[in-house]
Structure formats: structure tokens, C-alpha cells
Design a protein around this ligand. Structure first.
Ligand SMILES: Nc1ncnc2c1ncn2[C@@H]1O[C@H](COP(=O)(O)OP(=O)(O)OP(=O)(O)O)[C@@H](O)[C@H]1O
Ligand SMILES: [Mg+2]
Length: 296
């Protein structure tokens, strides 16, 4: 009997240097001892200032880069195992920042079919996957549209459909929302959140947008190639000193909670949920009423 693995990603003491000379001379490594486990079905936001190692880490998870120290396992497969490279690449799909650099087809459906065609699938299987992927990404009505006529948000949805057609278990978005306007960002985020919730797809969302990080189950904060925080968004964002030391701004609501704490208000962890935040603020600013409520 085979036991299903529960971890999608397991890294142990991963190191990586882009430049071998730098590595030999003890210079800064792009990744410096990353040990992390991501369970299947988790939705993780990865944060960190420019150059902190986010993209390098993402590329490790798809075997686009191999560690210079330590190990990376994807669904139990070691990424150094060359014979399994296509298993890894079809398990982990990546979407990047620039929608134009990822789209190659002359129509949307042709673009989405590209991945399954490379897997050597039968034509009817390819057609069925393309239809389903476009449906899931909300782009079915654009099947015959030339991609250059689409907006940035629509192009990212086509990229996502192209990944979905490979039936991945894990999707990594490397600042895939960064160039989109707020409405398109929200649509792409809702889509990805839905894929995570409804299909159990593991998501790693690399972002500079702190508000988007609130949507994750877990936040990993990188600085200088190391993990400096790993926890639920509310816990991580309550640690304002670490966030600021890592060169990031707190989400606005967390900043407000922080300022009120400094003013002596008894607020514990911050929350992205407006109703909960309002209740916490009312309670802490109204201790007499709070006691009164609890006595009855
Ligand atoms: N191809 C490369 N050659 C040499 N050094 C690189 C290369 N790519 C990245 N680096 C260096 O590795 C470190 C980590 O870079 P990386 O791109 O992973 O950071 P990042 O967190 O994704 O940054 P950003 O937020 O700007 O995308 C940086 O010091 C960067 O200069
Ligand atoms: Mg990057």
C-alpha cells in the first residue's frame, strides 16, 4: 500500500549562489539555509524586499535552479533527480510578472493547448483540458481571441489557464499581480483563492502587496536569503519590528493597531477581517462597557 504524502514542498537547509565565485569567497548567498515545509492545500504568501531571494526560491521549486547546498523535494521527488523533471514541472506551475513574456499562441486556446501538447496527450484530451482550463479561469468566451487584444489581467488569466491545463497540484505566482490594476488584481486573486479552496491546489503567492498577503493562510517572510518570519498573517503582521527590519511596510490596519498599542491600548493580534478589527477596537477603547458586557 502506498501512503499519500501530505507535504507538497519540503526543503532542507537550501543554499544557492548565482555566482560561484561569490559563494567560494563567502559572499552573500541568494538563499542561505532555507528549511521549510508546505503542506498540500496550503495557501502561502511569500514576502520580502527586492533581492531577498523570493524568485530564486520559486525557481528552486520547479527545478529551474538546483540547490548548491541542501535539498528540495516536491511531492516527495528530489529536484536533483533528472529523470523526474517533467513530473516536477507538471506538478508545480509558475506564473511570472510580465504577462506578455508568457503568452506564445496566436489565439487564447492555442496558447493554453501548448503545455498539454508538449505532454504528448491525445488531441481529444488536449481539447477537453483546454476547455476546462479556460472555463476555470473565466476565459472561455475568449477562446478564439488573439492574446494581444486582451488586457493585462485577462492575459494573466490565460497564463493561469495554460498552467491549469497541465493539471498542476501546486501553483507559484511570482508577483503575477504586480503589473495589474487593482480591479484585475482582485479578480486574479479571487480566482487563485477559489482554485485553492475548491480544487485543493497548493498556492505560493510571491507578492509585494501586503493586503494580498492577508488573504493567505500563512506568510513566509524572507530577508537576505533567510526565512525571518513564518506564521499566520495576523501573527506575522503583529511583529512590526521584524517587518520593518526586513524593509517592508505593515498593512494599514496592522499599522493602526501598532500605533494604538504604542499609545497603551490593549490590542493583541491584528486581523484583516473588518468586523473582527472593529470589535477589537471597540472593546479595547471601551473597557468599562466591555466589563459590563462580560458581567451579564
Ligand atoms: N541571474 C542572476 N545572476 C546573478 N545574481 C542574481 C541573479 N538573479 C538574482 N540574483 C541575485 O540573487 C539575490 C536574490 O535575487 P532574487 O531575484 O531571488 O530576489 P527577489 O526577492 O525575487 O527580488 P525582487 O523583489 O526584486 O523580485 C539578489 O542579490 C540578486 O541580485
Ligand atoms: Mg523576484
Amino acid at each position: 500500500m502506498t501512503v499519500a504524502l501530505t507535504n507538497m514542498i519540503e526543503t532542507v537547509a537550501v543554499e544557492f549562489s548565482h555566482n560561484a565565485n561569490q559563494h567560494m569567497s563567502g559572499g552573500l548567498k541568494a538563499l542561505d539555509g532555507i528549511s521549510v515545509t508546505v503542506a498540500k492545500g496550503e495557501f502561502v504568501a511569500v514576502l520580502g524586499r527586492n533581492g531577498s531571494g523570493k524568485t530564486t526560491f520559486a525557481r528552486m521549486l520547479n527545478a529551474l535552479l538546483l540547490p548548491t547546498g541542501g535539498s528540495v523535494r516536491i511531492d516527495g521527488i528530489d529536484t536533483v533527480d533528472e529523470s523526474r523533471i517533467w513530473d516536477i514541472r507538471s506538478t508545480v506551475g509558475m506564473i511570472f510578472q510580465d504577462p506578455d513574456s508568457q503568452i506564445i499562441g496566436t489565439t487564447v486556446e492555442e496558447d493554453v493547448a501548448f503545455g498539454p501538447e508538449n505532454l504528448g496527450l491525445a488531441p481529444e484530451e488536449i481539447l477537453s483540458r483546454v476547455q476546462k482550463a479556460l472555463q476555470s479561469a473565466g476565459m472561455l468566451q475568449h477562446s478564439r481571441t488573439p492574446p494581444h487584444l486582451l488586457s493585462g489581467g485577462e492575459k494573466q488569466k490565460v497564463s493561469l489557464a495554460g498552467i491549469l491545463a497541465m493539471q498542476p497540484e501546486c501553483i507559484i505566482l511570482d508577483e503575477a499581480t504586480a503589473l495589474l490594476d487593482p480591479a484585475a488584481r482582485k479578480e486574479v486573486m479571487n480566482l487563485v483563492r477559489g482554485l485553492n479552496r475548491d480544487k485543493g491546489i497548493t498556492v505560493l503567492h510571491i507578492t509585494h502587496d501586503m493586503e494580498e498577503a492577508w488573504l493567505a493562510d500563512r506568510v513566509i517572510l524572507l530577508d537576505a536569503g533567510k526565512i525571518v518570519q513564518d506564521g499566520k498573517p495576523a501573527e506575522v503582521f503583529s511583529n512590526s519590528v521584524v517587518i520593518k527590519e526586513a524593509g517592508l511596510e505593515l498593512p494599514q490596519i496592522a499599522e493602526l493597531f501598532e500605533l494604538l498599542k504604542q499609545d497603551g491600548f490593549n490590542l493583541l493580534t491584528c486581523t484583516p477581517n473588518m468586523d473582527e478589527a472593529q470589535a477589537a477596537l471597540i472593546n479595547c477603547m471601551n473597557p468599562v462597557r466591555d466589563q459590563h458586557v462580560h458581567q451579564h
